[in-house]
Design a protein around this ligand. Structure first.
Ligand code: RBV
Length: 429
């Protein structure tokens, strides 16, 4: 069976009480700016839809995520939660969450690989009926090591592009044995969280970590998916000269038509000042590129895993390595050039010491969808067979409507005649 010996955060911190207090303070600030989860939480408190359920979560444990975790717990679930990245956890928030009667939190910042997976196993030891992932680590661990639990699992939900990508690959292989909602792929997630969230928070984290300006810099954005689009747009908005690298012809063309320079990484490497990877793929910046880069460049990654920049190759090239600033590791090459890696090449908007993750407002939307997806899975789980499922459009619209109401934005509705017109095919000139 599962290894449940890994201790919750409360057994791991020295000054627990002050951590709990500070974590609670961060959560209160986040909650004030999360009107969607407030509405959903009120509904869950009244209806107790998760009574008797056990929810396992692996997510970035910080204040906004904590509000989602509490929302599910207040709906009657027993929740076990850990991190989905060794550097994104806020220990104080983790400690505050762990005080909730229905929540056990194992997340701790700075864990090594062994502890990271021990915490995942400790969460799985709660024998979940629902899983909520950011990156698919829970689904993978359950299928690989604890397949006996699958029968008891109603379904899951996945937060991020990389996780959905992994799940679809698993599904294509016929290996995914329970239904999982692709939360990432909804308009309410992608158009806001991936574009604005990644764009704003990655650039803010790099600026805060380095104290350097964007204006006049050559900023190389690798990948022009939703995240890359956001990063490119926000960097251009701060007067950077944006260069995009792509492997997909239509996206390369889209970037070109947006007015960005498009070129191969081998050319961009020679002129870039800042390199920001957003592809979700590995080996995007490799030795041949590193060899071309100028003194003082910044290297950062905004993709889920730390595989986009080949840090091993960089380490091999370097004759010296030192912490240039908190969150910045300088690699000095034989000819004296210094290449600066931010946050160990891990997703920069969450993993740098000053990083706070995406802005609160966008996470309210993403987590609002997560919350109603968990509700949907429990209410109508029978309708979803094993595999990856699109989130029903009605749920996405439900979240958009709550947000619009909270913002005081009114919008139109179709008249009956318009609805009929849009649904008919027998009208022409
Ligand atoms: N993300 N979470 C945060 N809790 O602060 N910030 C970003 C947070 C999520 C985001 O939805 C993205 O899809 C995922 O992290 C990447 O791991």
């Amino acid at each position: 069976m599962t290894d449940s010996s890994y201790p919750p955060i409360s057994d791991q911190l020295d000054d627990l009480e002050s951590a709990q207090e500070e974590g609670r303070r961060k959560m209160e600030w986040a909650a004030q700016h999360m009107p969607i989860l407030e509405v959903v939480r009120e509904e869950f408190v009244d209806d107790q839809p998760f009574e008797g359920e056990r929810i396992a979560m692996a997510m970035h444990v910080e204040a906004k995520t904590a509000i989602l975790v509490e929302t599910l717990a207040d709906g009657g679930a027993e929740v076990a939660v850990t991190g989905c990245n060794p550097l994104s956890t806020h220990d104080d928030v983790s400690a505050a969450l762990d005080t909730h009667d229905n929540i056990t939190c194992y997340a701790k910042r700075g864990v090594d690989d062994e502890e990271y997976y021990a915490a995942i196993e400790a969460v799985i030891a709660h024998e979940p009926t629902i899983t909520v992932d950011d990156g698919m680590d829970l689904v993978a661990a359950i299928h690989e090591d604890y397949p006996e639990l699958i029968d008891g699992i109603v379904g899951g939900a996945e937060e991020t592009t990389t996780g959905v990508h992994r799940l679809r690959a698993m599904d294509d292989d016929g290996a995914l044995e329970y239904p999982v909602f692709a939360v990432n792929d909804t308009p309410m997630k992608r158009l806001f969280d991936n574009v604005h969230g990644t764009g704003e928070s990655s650039l803010a984290s790099i600026a805060m970590t380095t104290n350097l300006s964007w204006a006049g810099k050559n900023v190389v954005v690798a990948g022009f998916g939703y995240c890359g689009k956001g990063v490119a747009r926000k960097a251009a908005g701060q007067n950077a000269n944006v260069i995009v690298t792509e492997v997909e012809p239509r996206r390369a063309l889209e970037a070109h038509m947006e007015g960005y320079e498009v070129m191969p990484m081998s050319e961009a490497a020679e002129i870039g000042d800042v390199f920001l990877t957003t592809t979700g793929n590995r080996d995007v910046v490799v030795e041949e590129h590193l060899e071309q880069m100028g003194d003082g460049v910044l290297l950062a990654n905004a993709g889920h895993f730390d595989i986009e920049i080949d840090l091993e190759a960089l380490d091999d090239l370097a004759v010296d390595r030192y912490e240039a600033r908190e969150g910045v590791e300088a690699y000095e090459l034989a000819d004296g050039r210094r290449l600066n890696v931010i946050a160990e090449g891990r997703l920069v908007n969450l993993a740098a010491p000053v990083s706070l993750g995406h802005p609160v407002e966008v996470m309210d939307q993403s987590f609002g969808i997560q919350a109603v997806c968990v509700r949907e899975m429990l209410e109508n789980g029978d309708e979803y067979g094993p595999g990856v499922h699109d989130v029903p459009d009605e749920l996405d619209k439900e979240i958009a409507e709550i947000k619009l109401a909270a913002e005081g934005v009114a919008f139109d509705s179709l008249t009956d005649t318009q609805r009929e017109y849009m649904g008919s095919w027998d009208h022409g000139t």
